[in-house]
Design a protein around this ligand. Structure first.
Ligand code: TGC
Ligand code: FAD
Length: 405
């Protein structure tokens, strides 16, 4: 027989989402009306579509990819790409606040949007031919097609330039061989933007479509993190990819790395959402939970945690707002983006851990969002360049010396 506690917790897993946002430094005054409108629309959508189901999907390690269409409708795919190419025609700060609200719901939901917009639509827009743009971008922007991005390989993660996936010329096509690992959305994707080495050793980008003979995308199981996001491999065994599917305007690592810059920028904003959700939950819980005859929020040690959380969130918000302003002017450097990604993900992870402590034993349950955010953020700390790789990027930027190899 099901215990009362279990059934109560399962019912409560579709918890009420009481999040209202926190703006300690009145940073909303730095945002334009269209940013606030976009932010509030996505916040409402997350409350309606994500919060009621996310604990359940994460618990079952299942991806709610029925949300793809809704994400498209709220303009989450390529918010800063031109409208005629399936984007939202907004600026980089709008892109940032949208990612923040999505990741407030779940890092995996933000991942869906990051991959589709910044890692699939962006390279096709930036490096593709006009025919490729017209063929793929509207369908990706509307959520009719799901895309994925294949850079990481089993033996080349932090060092993607070492990739061994390769193409060989075969008349009107290339023959693609190799494998990619840890690819978000690959098992459900209609197409993959794949990076491979050509016979001259140059890095080329290809659009590989589902159903091409020799192409498979098996799912990776057993993740304790990003459980509501689907991850897989990409396996290529003599796949014949028409030359029309090769991105014509890129032939070096600058191509995939510039896509990463776009996505890392979105993550720097996104994780503030996860941090805010943890802070929000911890603040509310600490005011409601009593021990020793008073709310635990009244103890100095709890206040230290909460005060430090909102301080770090505010610093991260200021960092991303400035980064967004630079990005709008076309001046944000890869080094600045690395600094923001590294700082903000670490900040969010630390806040999730502190928030978990404030919730005591309840903090490990799915009645509160903190443990899910905490587990998700372990992935976010690693993908799109690990915490240490971003430190080395900053180190190289300030010293001029490469400490990678
Ligand atoms: P390096 O020699 O430094 O640079 C090669 C060329 O690229 C340029 N460049 C960049 N351009 C734009 N944005 C960036 N971030 C750039 N970084 C470098 C650079 O100026 C140069 O241009 P040119 O014209 O002189 O050729 O390249 P390297 O191969 O030595 O790279 C070094 C390193 C370690 C920084 C790089 O490999 C790296 O960032 N490694 C981390 C790997 C990584 O982040 N992988 C992410 C995979 S995708 C993913 O995780 C998706 S998760 C999605 C989700 O679910 O949200
Ligand atoms: P490694 O590179 O093997 O690193 C292991 C450890 O060694 C790390 O701590 C790292 O910091 C450290 N290290 C490595 N080199 C150095 C060095 N020079 N100096 C000091 N320390 C070093 N990739 C994609 O292409 N597309 C995707 O959609 C995608 N989605 C992902 C989704 C998930 C859930 C996960 C977990 C990963 C995803 N990735 C994706 C891959 C991700 O980008 C890589 O996991 C990441 O770049 C690290 O590579 P690795 O796992 O091979 O670790």
């Amino acid at each position: 027989m099901e215990s009362t506690t279990t059934s109560k917790m399962q019912k409560k897993s579709a918890r009420e989402d009481r999040y209202q946002g926190h703006d300690y430094y009145q940073l909303d005054e730095l945002l334009q009306e269209d940013h606030l409108l976009a932010r509030d629309a996505v916040r409402t959508w997350v409350k309606q579509e994500v919060s009621p189901i996310i604990e359940d999907y994460a618990n079952r390690a299942e991806c709610p990819y029925h949300l793809f269409k809704g994400l498209a409708e709220i303009g989450a795919f390529g918010p800063s790409l031109p409208v005629e190419y399936g984007g939202g025609g907004m600026d980089e700060i709008a892109y940032g606040v949208i990612m923040q609200e999505l990741e407030r719901g779940d890092s995996g939901i933000r991942s869906m949007a990051s991959v589709q917009g910044s890692l699939v639509m962006y390279p096709i827009y930036k490096f593709g031919s006009e025919e490729q743009r017209k063929k793929y971008l509207p369908k990706l922007g509307s959520g009719e097609f799901i895309g994925c991005f294949g850079l990481t390989e089993p033996d080349h993660g932090s060092n993607p330039a070492g990739m061994v996936t390769n193409i060989k010329d075969d008349g009107d096509a290339y023959i693609l061989n190799g494998a990619k690992m840890w690819i978000t959305n690959s098992p459900v994707a209609d197409l993959a933007v794949v990076w491979a080495r050509d016979e001259e050793g140059k890095i080329r980008g290809l659009i590989v479509e589902k159903g091409m003979p020799g192409f498979t995308a098996p799912e990776i199981h057993g993740k304790w993190s990003l459980r509501a996001s689907i991850t897989g491999e990409l396996v290529f065994e003599d796949v014949r990819v028409p030359k029309a599917n090769v991105l014509p305007n890129v032939n070096s690592m600058r191509g995939p790395l510039s896509c990463l810059s776009k996505a890392r920028y979105g993550i720097a904003w996104g994780v503030i959402g996860a941090a805010l959700d943890c802070y929000d939950s911890a603040l509310r819980y600490s005011l409601e939970r009593e021990q020793f005859g008073r709310p635990i929020a009244g103890f100095q040690l709890t206040q230290k945690k909460l005060a430090e959380m909102i301080t770090e969130i505010t610093k991260a918000q200021l960092l991303t707002w400035r980064l967004g302003t630079l990005a709008n002017q076309g001046k944000a450097t890869p080094g600045q983006i690395s600094m923001a990604k590294r700082n903000n993900v670490n900040m969010a992870l630390e806040i999730a851990r502190e928030a978990r402590q404030i919730h005591g034993g309840m903090g490990i349950t799915n009645e509160y969002p903190v443990m899910r955010h905490m587990m998700n953020l372990e992935t976010v700390l690693t993908y799109e360049g690990t915490h240490d790789i971003h430190l080395l990027i900053t180190g190289m930027d300030v010293t001029g010396i490469n400490a990678f190899s």
